[in-house]
Design a protein around this ligand. Structure first.
Ligand SMILES: [Zn+2]
Length: 328
């Protein structure tokens, strides 16, 4: 099943996983990517609880906000208040996390050292992008303070050279409320009006473009022919439902359903993007033209129609809003 609460690119991977063969060579890679993505997503969501324990008021937090100014940039978590903006890089990494003297970042786990991109450098680049984006939208006064937060319960931060930036801006999630309070003390008065604040938040929502992947580029071993067509049974997950008099029937488990073509159409949009023609839908749902016509034109399909007659195409509006959490 595709979980529509998950970030869009993870839903795309879920759509691949449920339609490639059990023995496909990419299955393990796709499954691992999904679990790594969900672990990161879990870490980001966890921070909401700690933000709520701080003195933040009337503030929004945005998860995975992705904006464009000269280039795309994505912020794991952005806290927006009338006093300050705080972009946060969230890492759900375990064990020893070492910031070395030469700016490298190393995870030491069971004696093995693995080098990763330095999250402090990552978030300071995002901060620069964000500041440019704000100026481009005529917001000049709002200060920006960046942080790196480790959410895994076993993470230990090592700062062997006592680097000041690491000491000030890198922390474990338990210390998030006190760090936020400290930032709020140094930015104690609002610098934009309530109206400007609401406008800014509307701007974040409308300018957000969720990260999507081209699955056939990301998984070159997966071809279009590897994606099994048909409607998936919501009960037994077999891809072989038949449409009999407006009802879907699963020959494997006997389940009957009226609307499970919606899920198949949703997968099609996740996998291939763009709009769908009657013929493409008919090939994907494994229905005849007349049945497909009825499905596509029914309001319950959740589709929007573009064009007329032979040129008619359909598209499904996919939820594009960022993940928003409001702190009263
Ligand atoms: Zn079934």
């Amino acid at each position: 099943m595709i979980n529509r609460e998950h970030p869009l690119h993870i839903q795309q991977e879920e759509a691949v996983l449920e339609r490639i063969h059990e023995s496909h060579s990419s299955r393990e890679t796709v499954a691992n990517d999904i679990s790594a993505g969900l672990s990161g997503d879990y870490g980001e969501k966890q921070t909401n609880y700690y933000f709520k324990q701080s003195q933040l008021q009337e503030s929004y937090t945005y998860g995975r906000l992705r904006l464009w100014h000269e280039d795309y940039f994505q912020i794991d978590k952005l806290v927006a208040s009338r006093n300050v903006l705080i972009p946060v890089e969230v890492k759900n990494m375990s064990d020893e996390l070492i910031f070395t003297s030469n700016g490298q970042f190393i995870q030491k786990k069971q004696g093995v050292e693995i080098k990763y991109q330095n999250p402090l450098s990552q978030v300071s680049i995002q901060r620069t992008h964000l500041e440019r984006w704000l100026r481009a939208h005529s917001i000049h006064t709002l200060p920006v303070e960046h942080l790196v937060v480790f959410t895994h319960k076993t993470s230990i931060i090592r700062n062997p050279t006592n680097d000041q930036q690491v000491a000030e801006r890198v922390l474990t999630v338990e210390n998030l409320p006190s760090k936020i309070n400290q930032i709020l003390r140094s930015h104690s008065s609002p610098v934009i009006s309530q109206h400007q604040f609401e406008t800014l938040n509307q701007l974040f929502i409308t300018k957000h473009e969720p990260f999507k992947i081209d699955i056939f580029k990301k998984y070159p071993a997966v071809s279009r022919d590897d994606i099994q067509k048909g409607v998936i049974c919501p009960r037994c997950a077999k891809i072989n439902m038949h449409l009999i008099r407006d009802k879907w029937y699963c020959p494997a488990c006997g389940h009957k359903d009226t609307n499970c073509h919606q899920e198949a159409l949703y997968s099609h949009f996740l996998l291939y993007g763009g709009a769908i023609t009657n013929q493409q839908a008919s090939e994907f749902l494994l229905c005849n033209d007349r049945q497909t016509n009825r499905i596509l034109s029914s309001p319950s399909s959740g589709l929007h129609r573009i064009g007329a007659r032979r040129g008619t195409k359909y598209f499904m509006p996919i939820d594009q809003r960022p993940d928003i959490f409001f702190i009263k």
